[in-house]
Design a protein around this ligand. Structure first.
Ligand SMILES: [Ca+2]
Ligand SMILES: [Ca+2]
Length: 302
């Protein structure tokens, strides 16, 4: 997509944000100057209702969660090259609706509705399935340096943890998690891209979520953005001070700094999911759920 096509969206984004007191956003002139150039590298077709993409540095490949349709066991993890070639469509097979993926040593962890699945990265074989106690709609997965696995549950507004004994249950449940979706871990801090708390008595309510942080030892939840931003899904590191976050419902990607400044970054289409950004390669991966494809871009900062 050309810069010309992106600019109107940036201007609109500025207008929307600037009327909200408390939100910090750069002015339009600076936005235009700061707009990145995105060069489309590949359009990877045939990934039915894909949700998430991660990078395996040891093997220099991408893994994409492919939910398939609503048939039992029609979900998989596809192995894809950095150039966008599908190397193995069913690297891990027999899943239902797999979503968030995280890697730790030679294992891949993927959430699958109400359970966490552990697979062998060398063979693709499923090693273990951990049913989540009272889990309803598990989403993203993050692993810390010690191998502790955390999973968001949007439906119960919880963060689940897999402990060393294989017990998989909620370690915190709170409305203040705003129906958590995307996760990113840094030491004892779990960053959370929230979908927005849906009220039980109004299924048609259209909430938006904030970028949050959870101090894992104290379980203290702190909003990073003052205002809700969108139905946040993907959450990646952009640089030392900034995240890259996707809004599923509008297709907008935002840069959000650790002090809460929100800057429009790119306008993709609705249903952009759990994105990947590799700063070292300036590679951006966008799983497009309803379009059944993944887009790969090279990002060129001005
Ligand atoms: Ca499925
Ligand atoms: Ca997600």
């Amino acid at each position: 997509m050309s810069i010309k096509k992106i600019l109107p969206v940036l201007v609109l984004g500025t207008a929307l944000f600037s009327c909200k007191e408390g939100s910090k956003i750069k002015d339009t002139a600076k936005l235009e100057a700061a707009a990145p150039k995105l060069e489309l590298i590949a359009e990877v077709q045939g990934l039915a209702h894909c949700e998430s993409v991660v990078f395996d540095a040891d093997r220099n490949v991408l893994y994409v969660s492919v939910q398939g349709e609503k048939e039992p066991n029609d979900g998989s993890i596809a192995k894809v090259s950095l150039e966008g070639q599908i190397l193995e469509a069913n690297f891990v097979q027999g899943l239902n609706d797999p979503k968030g993926i995280a890697l730790y040593k030679d294992k891949l962890y993927v959430s699958d509705i109400t359970e966490l699945v552990e697979a062998d990265l060398n063979t693709g074989k499923i090693l273990q399935k951990y049913p989540g106690k009272d889990a309803e709609f598990l989403n993203d997965v993050a692993v810390d340096n010690e191998g502790n696995v955390y999973v968001s549950d949007m439906a119960t507004s919880s963060i689940y943890k897999l402990d060393a004994n294989g017990k998989f249950e909620s370690c915190i449940t709170s409305d203040d998690l705003e129906d958590p979706n995307g996760l990113l871990i840094d030491g004892n801090t779990l960053y959370i891209a929230a979908w927005g708390k849906r009220s039980a008595d109004n299924a048609n309510s259209n909430p938006k979520g904030r970028l949050l942080k959870l101090d894992i030892p104290s379980k203290k939840i702190t909003p990073i953005t003052v205002e809700p931003v969108g139905n946040l899904d993907g959450l990646q590191t952009y640089n030392d001070s900034t995240f890259l976050v996707s809004d599923w419902s509008t297709g907008s990607l935002y840069k959000i700094s650790k002090d809460g400044t929100v800057t429009p970054f790119f306008s993709a289409e609705r249903s952009v999911g759990d994105i990947l950004y590799l700063p070292s390669k300036q590679l951006l991966g966008l799983p497009m759920n309803t379009q059944n494809k993944m887009l790969l871009y090279r990002v060129k900062d001005n």
